[in-house]
Ligand binder design. Structure first.
Ligand SMILES: Nc1ncnc2c1ncn2[C@@H]1O[C@H](COP(=O)(O)OP(=O)(O)OP(=O)(O)O)[C@@H](O)[C@H]1O
Ligand SMILES: [Mg+2]
Length: 505
C-alpha cells in the first residue's frame, strides 16, 4: 500500500499546483514560472516514487494496446492468487475459458531482482453523462490503464529490464494458453477475393502426445531432447549464425505414425501447424509468399513429399510427353496448361529452406513425410536441410506395449510374451495393431482383444510365409528359364559351328 499512499500524496501536490494555476492570473508570468518550478521540486523531494501508466487504448483508440493486453495476462497469472477483487472475462482462442484479472482500483505488489513495485488497475470516467450505445468500447469516456509505481532509485532496472520481462512473460503465458491452429493453404485463385487469405485455419485438437505415440522409448527420448534443445536454442542459433529452424524427415510405411508424430510434436512444442499442400501452389513465387506468411513458433508440414510435383523428376517426364501430343479436347488442353504452369521446383523449395527467406520469423520446424525415402532427391534430404531423419517402422514389442496401454489400459498380460514373439516374425504397422486392439463392442474385454490381435498376427505371418514361398518359386522359375535359354543359345552356337565345319570338308 506504500505505493498508493505516495500516489495520494502526489494527488495532493497536484491539487496544490491546481490551486496555484487558478490564482496564476494574479501573478506576473516570471513569478508564476518560478512558483511552478519550486512546486515541482517540492513534489519530487517528497515523493521518491516514479509512476508509469499503460493505457488500454492509445493513439486513435482504434486498437487495444498490445502492452496493456500483455500486462493484463502477466498480472492475471500473478494476481489471481493475491488480489482480493477479481474480474472474470471469457477470452477467445484460449485454452482456459475464464481468465481472472484484478478488478478496477485494485493494487498488487510484485518483486523483481529483490526490488518491490506496485501495479494498480485504474479507470477514469471523463464524461459520465455521455453514453454512446454504438461504441465498441461501451462507454467511450471510460478509460482504463495500469499504473506501475516504483522507487526512483530503480528507474533504470525497471525501465530497461522489468518492463521487458513483464511483456515477454505475458507473451509466453499467452502462447501457452492459446488454442493451437491447423492451417491449410488456399488455392491462389482465391487469394485476392473478399476476405480471402492465403491460409485458412481450424482449431487443432489432435490428442496425440509423445506418451501415446508408439515407438521405442530410446528413439522417442532422443526426439524429445532434440526438440527441447531447439526450443531453448535462440541464443545458440544466433551465435553460430544460423536461422533458428530445424528440419525433420519422417519416413516409413503407411500407418506407422508419421502424421501422429507431427501432432505429438505440435502439442509438445505448442506450435501451430501449417499443412502445405504443394499441388495447390502454382509456382515458386507463390510458394515464397505462402511461407513468408508463416509466423514464428510454427511447424510447416509437407506430407508425402515424393508425390508432390516434380520434386523427384517424375512429373517433369509426364509434362515433356504431353508437350509433343496435341490434345484434342479443349478442356484437357486447359488442364495441361495449368499443369505446365505448375512450377514449384525442388530448387524453389530448397531455396526457401536454406535461403534468407527461412530466417524471417524464426523458430520454425519444417517436417517432410514420405513412404519412400529412397525416391527422394539426395539434395533435399542432406543433413543441414533435413537435420534429423526419423524412421517410423513396423510395430515392435515396445511400441505394442504403448498401444496396449492406450487402448486397453493394461501394462502386462500373460499373452504379451506370445505377441512379442509374433511381432518379431511379422511386419505389421502400429495402425494395424491398434485396429485389432480396439474393443469393437462392450463385451470385448482385454483378453478377447489380445486374442484378436494374435489371430491377426498369425494370419499376417502365414501370409508373409506364403508370399515368401511364392517369391522363392518365382525366382526359381526365372532362374530355370534363364538357364534353359542359355543352354538353347549354346546348342544353337554349337549347331552353327557344326554346319560351318561340314561345309569346309
Ligand atoms: N506410432 C504410432 N503410435 C500411436 N498410434 C499410431 C502409430 N502409428 C499409427 N497409429 C495409429 O494409426 C493411425 C494411422 O497413423 P498415421 O496416420 O499417423 O500414419 P502415417 O504414417 O501418417 O500413414 P500414411 O503414410 O498413410 O500417411 C493413427 O490414427 C493412429 O491411431
Ligand atoms: Mg500420414
Amino acid at each position: 500500500m506504500k505505493g498508493e499512499v505516495w500516489s495520494q500524496m502526489g494527488s495532493l501536490m497536484a491539487t496544490i499546483v491546481f490551486v496555484y494555476t487558478i490564482f496564476e492570473r494574479f501573478f506576473p508570468p516570471h513569478i508564476r514560472d518560478r512558483v511552478q518550478a519550486y512546486t515541482q521540486k517540492l513534489t519530487n523531494h517528497f515523493n521518491p516514487y516514479v509512476q508509469i501508466t499503460f493505457p488500454e487504448f492509445s493513439g486513435e483508440r482504434l486498437k487495444r494496446s498490445e502492452a496493456y493486453t500483455l500486462i493484463q495476462t502477466y498480472l492475471s497469472a500473478n494476481s489471481s492468487k493475491r488480489a482480493k477483487r477479481l474480474k472474470a472475462e471469457v477470452v477467445k482462442d484460449s485454452n482456459t475459458p475464464l481468465v481472472l484479472s484484478m478488478d478496477d482500483n485494485e493494487e498488487i505488489g510484485d518483486e523483481f531482482e529483490g526490488v518491490k513495485l506496485w501495479w494498480s488497475a485504474n479507470k477514469v470516467t471523463t464524461n459520465p453523462q455521455r453514453y454512446n450505445p454504438f461504441s465498441y468500447y461501451g462507454n467511450s469516456d471510460e478509460k482504463r490503464y495500469y499504473k506501475l509505481t516504483f522507487h526512483k532509485r530503480y528507474r533504470d532496472l525497471i525501465t530497461m529490464s522489468y518492463i521487458k520481462h513483464v511483456l515477454e512473460e505475458g507473451k509466453e503465458i499467452e502462447m501457452r494458453n492459446r488454442q493451437l491452429k491447423l492451417y491449410t493453404n488456399n488455392p491462389s485463385s482465391g487469394w485476392y477475393g473478399y476476405k480471402q487469405s492465403k491460409w485458412s485455419h481450424i482449431v487443432f485438437e489432435h490428442p496425440a502426445t509423445f506418451e501415446t505415440l508408439a515407438m521405442e522409448n530410446k528413439k522417442k527420448e532422443e526426439i524429445i531432447k532434440d526438440l527441447v534443445k531447439f526450443k531453448k536454442g535462440k541464443e545458440y542459433y544466433a551465435k553460430i549464425g544460423k536461422a533458428w529452424k530445424r528440419g525433420y524427415l519422417l519416413y516409413g510405411p503407411p500407418g506407422t505414425g508419421k502424421s501422429t508424430m507431427i501432432a505429438a510434436i505440435a502439442n509438445f512444442m505448442n506450435y501451430d501447424v501449417y499443412d502445405l499442400e504443394l499441388t495447390a501452389v502454382k509456382d515458386n513465387t507463390e510458394l515464397r509468399k505462402l511461407l513468408i506468411e508463416t509466423p514464428s513458433k510454427s511447424i510447416i508440414v509437407i506430407e508425402d513429399i515424393d508425390c508432390s510435383l516434380d520434386l523427384t523428376g517424375q512429373r517433369k517426364k509426364k509434362k515433356e510427353m504431353s508437350d509433343d501430343e496435341e490434345p484434342k479436347d479443349p478442356f484437357r488442353k486447359n488442364e495441361e496448361e495449368s499443369n505446365k504452369s505448375s512450377k514449384v521446383t525442388l530448387s524453389g523449395l530448397l531455396n526457401f529452406i536454406d535461403g534468407i527467406w527461412s530466417s524471417c520469423g524464426g523458430e520454425r520446424i519444417i517436417i517432410f513425410t514420405t513412404n519412400y525415402v529412397e525416391k527422394l532427391d539426395p539434395a533435399l534430404i542432406r543433413r543441414g536441410r533435413m537435420d534429423k531423419h526419423i524412421e517410423m517402422s513396423f510395430c515392435g514389442y515396445e511400441a505394442f506395449k504403448v498401444l496396449a496401454n492406450n487402448y486397453l489400459d493394461v501394462e502386462s498380460h500373460h499373452l504379451f510374451g506370445r505377441i512379442g514373439k509374433l511381432l518379431q516374425q511379422t511386419h505389421v504397422s502400429p495402425a494395424d495393431v491398434a485396429e485389432n486392439l480396439m474393443p469393437k463392442s462392450v463385451d470385448e474385454d482385454v483378453e478377447t482383444c489380445l486374442q484378436k490381435l494374435i489371430v491377426a498376427l498369425e494370419m499376417a505371418k502365414e501370409e508373409a510365409r506364403k508370399k515368401a514361398e511364392e517369391e522363392e518359386a518365382r525366382l526359381k522359375e526365372e532362374k530355370e528359364k534363364e538357364e534353359y535359354a542359355q543352354m538353347e543359345d549354346k546348342n544353337k552356337d554349337k549347331r552353327k559351328e557344326d554346319v560351318k565345319g561340314n561345309g569346309f570338308h
